[in-house]
Ligand binder design. Structure first.
Ligand SMILES: Nc1nc2c(ncn2[C@@H]2O[C@H](COP(=O)(O)OP(=O)(O)OP(=O)(O)O)[C@@H](O)[C@H]2O)c(=O)[nH]1
Ligand SMILES: [Mg+2]
Length: 418
């Protein structure tokens, strides 16, 4: 599919920001498999209320489409259903706005049932007002057609489609609720993890989170030079294993102007990650727009209630570009690295471990001989430093995350703190 990326630049938007956004739209288009054959921009004090571009510009765009044999125009903003409709009518090509592009990518990449249902709800929510617009534009003709179509109660196509959408959303919501019920097992699993040290890799899409996940855990996370390659959260242990044992989760990437309907699905995907005690915020240092990406990520993290979780700022892809000295100066305590360097990955690993070791706690736990079958639980959540025994059972001196140690203490009564 041959596409043209197009946008109106308002006075409040700097050239740098405008270009970065258009480049990102190109990247999004590429992810959808489009071939970008042109770009089309206009400086304007505001978007045209009727059709986004001004009257004269629409003529130019029509010409541009014809010359480039483009089939679709991608608009770098979310536009209203009527703007899209009018623009389409006048330029003679399909029009897709930024929101639709992102929704489409999420739709294609969603794998788990939960992710698929959530994305479909978001898409339907986006489609509904657009169908309403189409029905309005089709007007009486639509009504007449439906009158002979044997449809009940003289409903128009539009009304019928809208009702179908409402029903479908309700159905999906029910499915989601049912899946939520099946989550009690998940919750139990989470509780097991509660005492464990957990770090979540978060950051703008394409920053290199999955690559780092793979490097840190030796597992095959899906890595691709695509936007939103990862849509579900995966959790793996740091490999080789460490004390404390650290779980790493890879998460969905962030993006500016995340479609509203996706925020909910986004949040639930991230929920598990947000239980982490440390967020490794991965930033592509080689991207000229990295500062904006960093801000967007922080904004979304705030929005979904992760403001208070400690951060480790990780500037990645330094092998491709970026000013290491400037980054260190500006962001104290940050890590500057390349996922391609084993030494750098080892340093990241150390930084993560240092965070978790900082507040490890020691305690002695008493395990009666009658409860020896529960030894595994202790060994799984803490490091056992020392063991001695008497007639009644074993005394284990352990070191681990405070939460884990406290939990063990609650479960295995008699113990002495140091
Ligand atoms: N040169 C270079 N490329 C890197 C580095 N880290 C990751 N990449 C590449 O960047 C691209 C994106 O990497 P991913 O790990 O898929 O990025 P992500 O953050 O998981 O992206 P999403 O899942 O889409 O949010 C891939 O082509 C990686 O090979 C790095 O340190 N240096
Ligand atoms: Mg990824």
């Amino acid at each position: 599919m041959r596409a043209i990326v197009a946008a109106v630049q308002r006075p409040s938007v700097s050239d740098l920001e405008f270009e970065a956004s258009l480049t990102e739209l190109r990247q999004l288009a590429k992810t959808l498999g489009f071939e970008v054959v042109g770009r089309f921009t206009q400086k304007r004090s505001a978007f045209d209320a009727a059709a986004y571009f001004g009257t004269g510009k629409r003529e130019e765009l029509k010409e541009e489409i014809r010359e480039n044999r483009a089939e679709i125009v991608l608009i770098d903003h979310e536009i209203s259903p009527s703007q899209a409709f009018n623009l389409e009518k006048q330029v003679g090509g399909e029009v897709m706005d930024r929101t639709m592009v992102i929704l489409e990518i999420f739709h294609r990449h969603a794998r788990s049932r939960i992710a698929r249902a959530q994305v479909e709800i978001a898409r339907l929510g986006y489609m509904a007002p657009r169908l309403r617009e189409a029905a309005k534009q089709a007007g009486p003709k639509d009504r007449a057609r439906s009158g002979t179509g044997g449809r009940s109660g003289g409903e128009s196509h539009g009304e019928l489609d809208r009702r179908k959408i409402r029903d479908r959303i309700a159905e999906l919501q029910k499915e989601l609720d049912a899946m939520g019920a099946g989550r009690s097992t998940q919750r139990a699993r989470r509780q097991e993890r509660q005492g464990l040290a957990r770090v979540a890799l978060v950051g703008y899409t394409n920053a290199g989170k999955s690559t780092l996940m793979r490097a840190l855990t030796g597992n095959e996370a899906l890595v691709a030079d695509k936007l939103f390659a990862t849509l579900d959260t995966t959790v793996r242990a740091l490999h080789p294993e460490s004390v404390p044992r650290v779980l790493v989760s890879d998460t969905v990437g962030f993006i500016k102007n995340l479609p509203h309907g996706l925020v909910a699905s986004f949040k639930s995907t991230l929920d598990e990650a947000l239980e982490a005690s440390l967020l490794a915020h991965v930033v592509d240092a080689s991207d000229p727009g990295f500062e904006r990406q960093l801000e967007v990520t922080e904004e979304v993290l705030d929005e979904i209630g992760a403001k208070a979780v400690p951060r480790l700022l990780v500037f990645n892809k330094i092998d491709r570009g970026g000013d290491e000295a400037a980054l260190r100066e500006k962001y104290s305590g940050c890590i500057v690295m390349s996922a391609k360097s084993e030494g750098d990955v080892a340093r990241l690993r150390e930084a993560i471990l240092t965070f978790f070791e900082r507040d490890l706690m020691e305690a002695e736990i008493f395990l009666p001989w009658t409860a020896q079958n529960r030894r595994g639980e202790i060994f799984a959540s803490c490091k056992v430093l020392e063991e001695r025994a008497d007639g009644e059972g074993a005394f284990l001196r352990v070191r681990g995350e405070p939460q884990a140690v406290k939990r063990l203490r609650d479960q295995f009564g008699r113990m002495k703190d140091r």
